[in-house]
Design a protein around this ligand. Sequence first.
Ligand code: SAH
Length: 288
Amino acid sequence: MENSVDDESHLLDISFPDFTWPVFEAGWVWLAGAGPGDPGLLSLHALNGLQQADTIVYDALVDERILKLASTDAEIIYAGKRGGKPSPKQTDISVKLVELAQKGRRVLRLKGGDPFVFGRGGEEALSLVNAGVPFRIIPGITAGVGGLAYAGIPSTHRGINQAVTFLTGHDQNGVAPDELDWDALAKGSPVIVMYMAMKHIALITQKLMKGGRAAQEPVAVISNATLNDQQVLETTLGTCADDIARSGFKPPAIVVVGKVVSLREQLNWLQPALYESPDHSHMSEETA
Ligand code: SAH
């Protein structure tokens, strides 16, 4: 069912003085971030897109509850990994987006977090540019900021860090990124927020310590951040890899290294730690 542009019934029913919701034109792609998980972290532009889209192409990290906000006759296409099958190739997804738009669909491409932060949103947008497909970018709350906030960890804090680095723990081939200058990161970045870092965490923490970071430096691992099953592991650079292995924490998870982690002791607003492991007094685990 196509919505006609002059039918405004599908437009978001939230009115701001002096603000008009963008109309989703046929043949456009809106490339939107859905935030880290909690549906409440969706932006209003993304919600507006969900309500107008004819087709929604979403990734594994998008919470299924968010899709319920779509118009009931929207076509919903999953573009992530499922049942052990490999994920569709990035080029296949880009081709699909172009095809759908060229058929005159209003295509909402929905990604976890922010589409331009380790989300290949840039690649997809470039394919749209090359094909002459008009698009809009809707930023989302990235896991490396929103996930930390749900663990009670500010990404910056006056007196602690004047810079923060976001990095990915593996490159596109799945290996630890060699092109990162780990010594420079260790020296220059007081807080390091790592995406996709679980697989190579032993190597990464070794490299940071070799670059001069203390083994006692606080580290937090936040898995399923902002979701009901969020879990937070507080550990240190020296014990992080072992603690992760022991905890059974699974991706998606963010690993944050730096003194800001200590603020969690006072700022853990979501839920206080449920237990302190007897043999690891620094290790706490919580289930929201
Ligand atoms: N574009 C996304 C990142 C995609 S890369 C964003 O801006 O957040 C996928 C990685 O993001 C995961 O491996 C994990 O490191 C992180 N991530 C995404 N959602 C997460 C969540 N709810 N909890 C913890 N980590 C998350």
